[in-house]
Design a protein around this ligand. Structure first.
Ligand SMILES: Cc1cc2nc3c(=O)[nH]c(=O)nc-3n(C[C@H](O)[C@H](O)[C@H](O)COP(=O)(O)O)c2cc1C
Length: 441
């Protein structure tokens, strides 16, 4: 799909000047206008332009959202389109979005030397440092990557690897963030979860995850739903910024604090910078110190607790227990007690594979404790029960209910009962032999 085929709002943002540049331009204009107004004695022009400058300042006083995009497709990719959807939502609130394309930068692989854990920073000179500075200075952070082999792209991973020391040294901030991922249908939720967790390295937490399935550029599955989700998330992020949202601390936070605190303390001889950081921020002290949240006090003194306990126990006793529902015994040939019930239920037990190609009518003439005639028709791999005699039965079975019920339950051999005259057969005896496979137990 060509760029021009995409809705304009998804690419127009790339044409706009950077925000800092715009602000600078406004300042120049405003100064110029001031000079002009003095020179020309025209107050109107300066008022008008100063008014616009105030607006520009109001924008600049608003929040800075930075998105790190790890797709090599850069601004032509689906990840960028999703960021553009978010951007549209932010712009509605007067907030700009700064998108950093990792693919446009030179970032070396992590050497795995641990230098940063010891000394505090990385010795490799490339673009990583300046990108990191932009990310850390942001008010809200977005990590975005398409799925490459069930994971983030190499660009994203390299950027994250190079941020190792930040993973070891919690920033002590809980900025709102978002995780964005798109796949062709496999792995985008996992990757978004991962990116959401990685936000912590940069002092942010995920307000939400924006995920989508898309193959070609802009070919989103349920595009409207993706756009709607992006609009909601943009609003959430904005409100989180404005209202200083915090989400409740999680088991993942606790697991991280326990693990990393232990790791850094145990290895303080080597992880000098990390250890100093943990000590400086007082992070070793408690999980509460790490998450910056305190436990609310229950406020129950021992007397109040006793009263609470008694009340709880009393309520527990009063609560009516749910009466167990009587087990419903399924109707099987073991549970039926009459020949009629047995014959009526037989159509449900028919094995259609065994009945393939068979058309036959079985007539049963029952005498003794029950007296009736009925017949079963088998056709097109289905069986049906009918009262009375058939017009042209293929086989007639004459039996007492007790004998046939016992045979059907496997308590008596059908062949033996036949040879000993417990029931009689008129017509095709082979059809009687076939009953076992037609109606398996
Ligand atoms: C090397 C490579 C690996 C990929 N691996 C996966 C994958 O594991 N699962 C998946 O659903 N899509 C995979 N995709 C498809 C992309 O995730 C998908 O096309 C996505 O929309 C690209 O987003 P982008 O345009 O922002 O780069 C892969 C694509 C490439 C080039």
């Amino acid at each position: 799909m060509e760029l021009k085929n995409l809705p304009r709002r998804y690419y127009s943002h790339r044409r706009r000047a950077g925000f800092g540049l715009a602000r600078f331009a406004w300042k120049c204009l405003a100064t110029l206008a001031g000079l002009c107004s003095v020179a020309l004695g025209g107050a109107w022009l300066s008022f008008a332009i100063l008014g616009i400058e105030q607006e520009a300042n109001a924008m600049s006083a608003s929040y800075r959202v930075v998105a790190v995009n790890g797709s090599p497709h850069q601004s032509f990719g689906n990840t960028s389109l999703m960021l553009a959807m978010l951007k549209e939502g932010f712009e509605a609130e007067g907030v700009g979005l700064e998108e950093i394309f990792l693919n446009q930068h030179h970032i070396e692989y992590c050497a795995g030397c641990g230098f940063c854990l010891e000394k505090g920073g990385c010795w490799i000179r490339d673009d990583h440092k300046s990108i990191l500075a932009r990310v850390l200075a942001a008010d809200a952070i977005i990590l975005a990557s398409p799925v490459y082999f069930y994971n983030v792209t190499g660009q994203t991973k390299t950027f994250l690897d190079r941020s190792l020391s930040y993973g070891h040294r919690p920033r002590g901030t809980w900025k709102p963030g978002l995780a964005v991922s798109v796949s062709a249908g496999q792995g985008e939720t996992t990757v978004a979860q991962y990116l959401g967790r990685m936000l912590a390295a940069f002092g942010a937490f995920p307000v939400g995850h924006l995920t989508a399935i898309a193959i070609g550029p802009g070919e989103f599955l349920g595009r409207q739903a993706v756009e709607a989700r992006a609009a909601h998330l943009a609003q959430d992020l904005f409100r989180a910024l404005k209202e200083g949202w915090r989400y409740p601390a999680t088991d993942q936070d606790l697991a991280f604090w326990l693990f990393m605190g232990h790791l850094v303390k145990e290895n303080q001889g080597f992880m000098k910078a990390d250890h100093a950081h943990w000590e400086k921020l007082g992070l070793y002290e408690s999980f509460e110190a790490y998450v910056g949240q305190t436990r609310s006090q229950g406020g129950l003194d021992s007397e109040a607790r006793q009263a609470w306990l008694q009340e709880l126990m009393a309520r527990q006793k009063e609560t009516p227990k749910v009466t167990p529902v009587e087990a419903v015994t399924p109707v099987t040939r073991w549970s039926v007690t009459t020949m009629r019930e047995l014959l009526e239920g037989m159509p449900q037990d028919l094995d259609p594979n065994a009945a393939a190609g068979l058309t036959a009518t079985y007539q049963f003439e029952v005498h003794g404790s029950e007296n009736f005639t009925a017949h079963l028709c088998i056709e097109n791999q289905r069986a049906s029960f009918h009262e009375g005699a058939a017009e042209n039965p293929d086989v007639i079975i004459k039996t007492t209910p007790e004998v046939w019920l016992a045979i059907s339950r496997g308590e008596q051999s059908g062949a033996w009962a036949y040879f000993t005259g417990k029931y009689t057969v008129e017509g095709d005896l082979n059809l009687v032999k076939k009953l076992d496979s037609l109606f398996p137990r």
